[in-house]
Design a protein around this ligand. Structure first.
Ligand SMILES: Nc1nc2c(ncn2[C@@H]2O[C@H](COP(=O)(O)OP(=O)(O)OP(=O)(O)O)[C@@H](O)[C@H]2O)c(=O)[nH]1
Ligand SMILES: [Zn+2]
Length: 295
């Protein structure tokens, strides 16, 4: 059996599951130890002999999302993604640094980002200061921000329409609702999880695998447990700057090129912080991520 352009829907270290054009799943292995490892979302050519399925080639990727492992080395997470959906909720309270990490990643890979404020049934009637700051930032930077809930009538309608035919990766803290959203967008997701467990031969499919689910309305959703944290060591300081245009512009207005934004005269950052033009929280996060990326 030979197939071209099939989709890798789950990838582990030494094997992956490939969905053929009819959606049937096949367990495949790289041809050799040196062969590049496919990641979730890859398009691959593969073939099967009497013993096993083999990956013959990985098609060129439109993008590759990587995350730093505990040593900061980049690890492939998912490929060919049209949009990063950062899911936040009133509970657990949003982690501004994690949101910023995804804004940096989206800018660096040029993948459009959408911030989905989920569980609106739990949202306070007056937005918190943090939510207000996030909204202002999204307006300034042209980041799409939408709200919804699984407990309201229009639920995910906005998300569905705004991302029609797109391959989404849902990212965010544990417990914000990523898997619930996947199930709501793809009613057959739990059946698919059963098929994946059966084909991978690893018993119950735990939430430990990044998985590509085809959407019934076109496109796909990638649900991944590897997205609750994100290190950016493998990105550069200029990637961080691109996600903070106001801060990056202010640093260029400081009188001294090597201004450390401490006590130097005519420091545009200090002036911006004093006048309130620069958000103090954003400034702290910029410093933190610049340090992480060696800037
Ligand atoms: N109130 C409320 N609860 C929701 C909503 N959507 C999901 N939940 C609940 O939130 C909890 C966490 O949802 P999950 O979908 O498991 O969250 P997750 O982001 O996939 O979490 P991890 O798998 O740990 O990363 C579950 O108890 C859901 O039932 C919503 O719109 N409103
Ligand atoms: Zn300065």
């Amino acid at each position: 059996m030979d197939e071209t352009g099939s989709r890798v829907i789950v990838s582990s270290g030494n094997h992956c599951l490939v969905a053929d054009s009819s959606g049937a799943l096949h367990r495949c292995h790289p041809r050799s130890r040196r062969a590049p490892r496919p990641v979730c979302g890859d398009r691959v050519d593969w073939s099967a002999d009497a013993t096993a399925g083999w990956i013959d080639a990985i098609r060129p990727r439109t993008n590759l999302i990587e995350r730093g492992d505990f040593r900061g080395r980049p690890r492939g997470l998912a490929a060919n993604i049209d949009r990063i959906v950062v899911v936040i909720a009133p509970q657990p309270a949003p982690d501004a640094l994690l949101i910023d990490r995804y804004i940096v990643l989206g800018e660096a890979l040029r993948i459009p980002l959408l911030i989905w404020c989920h569980k609106q049934d739990l949202a306070p009637s007056t937005p918190t200061g943090a939510m207000h700051a996030l909204r202002t930032r999204c307006e300034h930077q042209g980041i799409v921000l939408m709200t919804g809930s699984l407990l309201s009538d229009d639920g995910l309608a906005h998300l569905r329409t705004a991302t029609r035919h797109e391959a989404l990766i849902l990212v965010g803290q544990s417990g914000v609702g990523k898997s619930s959203i996947t199930q709501a967008l793809i009613p057959t997701a739990s059946r698919r999880i059963g098929e994946i467990s059966a084909t991978s031969g690893q018993g119950r499919h735990t939430t430990s695998a990044t998985t590509w689910f085809e959407r019934p309305d076109g496109g796909a959703v990638v649900d991944s447990p590897g997205v609750r944290t994100l290190r950016l060591d493998h990105l550069s300081a200029s990637d961080v700057d691109a996600a903070y245009p106001e801060i990056a512009a202010a640093t260029r207005r400081c009188r001294f090129n090597d201004c450390r934004h401490g006590h130097e005269p005519a420091c545009a950052i200090r002036q911006g912080l004093e006048s309130g033009e620069i958000d103090a929280g954003q400034w702290q996060r910029w410093q933190r991520l610049r340090e992480e990326t060696g800037g």
